[in-house]
Design a protein around this ligand. Sequence first.
Ligand code: ADP
Ligand code: MG
Length: 741
Amino acid sequence: MSKVKSSETVKVVVRCRPLNRKEAAGVTGTPGGKGGIVEMDVHRGQVVLRNPHALPGEPQKTFTFDSVYDASSKQRDLYDETVRPLIHSVLDGFNGTIFAYGQTGTGKTYTMQGAWLEPERRGVIPNAFEHVFTQISRSAADRQYLVRASYLEIYREEIRDLLDPNVHAPHVPNVHTQPPHILELRESPESGVYVRDLTSCVCKSVKEIEELMNVGNQVRSVGATDMNEHSSRSHTLFLITVECSQTGPEGRQHIRVGRLNLVDLAGSERQAKTGVHGERLKEAAKINLSLSALGNVISALADGRSGHVPYRDSKLTRLLQDSLGGNAKTVMVATLGPAPQHYEETLTTLRYANRAKNIKNQPRVNEDPKDALLREFQKEIARLRAQLSHREGRGKHRKEDGCDGEGDEEGEEEVEKERNLQEERLEEEKEAIREDGSLLAVEKQRLLGEKEIMMGDLRKERDTTEQLTAKYKVMESKLLVGGRNILDHTNEQQKTLEKRRQEIAEQSRREREILQQVMVQDEETLELRETFSSLQQEVEAKTKKLKKLYARLQCVKAEIQDVNDEHVRSRQELEQTQNELTRELKFKYLIIENFIPPEEKNKIMNRLTFDPEEDQWKFQLLPPSESQMKKRLASAVGYKRPISQYARVALAMGAHSRYRAENIMFLELDMSPPTTVSLDHWPSEVGPNCSPSPTDNAPYRERATRVRKSRSWCQAPRAITSSSSTVSLATHSTATPSTAQ
Ligand code: ADP
Ligand code: MG
């Protein structure tokens, strides 16, 4: 099913950025010298690191890599020499991964993305986009391609889909921004580790894929630290899947699927140097945790002796499982800063990069996988085409003896013409029926109805065909045909220039390889060929050799010391993290023991289950049962809220207003008749006990009304004479005076 290829090692290249202005001001006059502490021999692929606090006589540290790129290197150099061959492999059906690794602010994002708008400073990702589509446009015409892209980030150990259609980019006005969905990792024997439900978008051009990246970048988590103003706070992975189908010599279609992972890691950072606190500190802890997990995976793979590779320690390492020690061709770009104050971090990066050189992968061509989307597309397109030609055939049949025209477009036009003709004919027939005086009215109606139905059928058929044609065209436009869909805008001169550049890159790569081989062989064979003419000469040569070996011994000793120091340091950091976590755990236990009743705690504990796929504890959903989830009472008919039997009876009896679920206030007009008193008789009517003065006259009525009304509120139910449930306050007020008077 898939061709097995011999194993190959991870390709490791190192890139050093120039000193920035802040560093340059501090560096001049330091032992690091003007150019910082990193020196590079581009021809040999060597990096020499100078310790700014070295004791006299301490040897410098030298590392050799597949390629090295110094501060003056161009983005193009790295691309042509290191990335281009990988993209070719992806187009041939291999999995490929490029990831940048290094301290914060050393140029990982610059290498991977660069400045998009300046052609000279465009990074690996935009160049790869351009490359993939240009390559497709130049490929043979018998090849069909389907290009898909996905974009995700790992933020605080959570995988987020950056192209989730529900997460609208903030630039879209009036649209509510939601946090991206958190996705789960899954593993299958067919496609290895994958992210479940990850959005994947079909792209037909560089512009479309760039647009996708833009959309994703707007949702990405970034934040400023002291070391980098736009520090990436998450690891991001842009995944391009290129499916290519080609007819084999035996006449069968073969599909090859290449996946390209473009990874921009968040930087490793020391808390003290980046000056982060609070949320940023928590982020940093997670970033460092996953990076140290990556370091452990690299160490375990490079060691080769340890059977267990801790891929499951972090999401990042699980995602990169295939890229490190699996089915992929991998390029690691280790980025360095030349400033002396970051000597330790630079050394650590170089050590990891050096170890990664020993990782062996087993890349193979992914041929005819079951889940190839291209095959689904081709099947769907064939089905639509068959449906369309069937319709065309029917159209032609109707036209009686139509000859079998081949061209799709021509056929479509012919059928359309035929349909129009039929419609016109039906219209004419309808007209004739209407004007025919010899027909009975009923008969006329029936015939007209029949014609109308025929017209309807014709229209329906036309609509369906139009829909099918549109769908067919959309599906077909998504497939890229070699040398057809995308136009290659580069002219011949540019093409030749590009070719020359590639050749030069290839040649310098080969030269470096040979030079490195010669260096190794020299050391091994020199002593074999030596013959000595005198004892003196032998002593001299052996002393020289002894000195050399002694120097090497010192180097190894220093290396051991360094590794020990580093080990102690990372152990201290881990202990610190452990202490913090223990403290937090104790605090949580304290809360649980003192504030959560034991039965509640037990209920929660019983609901916990361990998910081995996700490697974490999860809450089980409660099964909906009668006892646990009481159903809300259904509303009584005619009432908005549930109402008890007692309240219903009380309401019918016209009892206290508290039984009314709603409208407890009645705001009807006060219909009580006006109390009019004749001015001439009022003193005698009021009675002898009350002797108001003539000046009290006006307020009297008002007071009386008020008193009466307020009395009505505390009336016992018996005082309410009306039996209707819609007794108003107004009625109470009229009823009361009658009892009071
Ligand atoms: P990282 O992603 O590693 O945290 P960045 O890529 O954001 O770091 O780089 C930090 C700064 O250094 C940016 O301003 C970037 O432009 C600059 N830089 C990095 N590498 C280079 C380089 N090779 N040449 C010029 N500038 C660089
Ligand atoms: Mg970055």
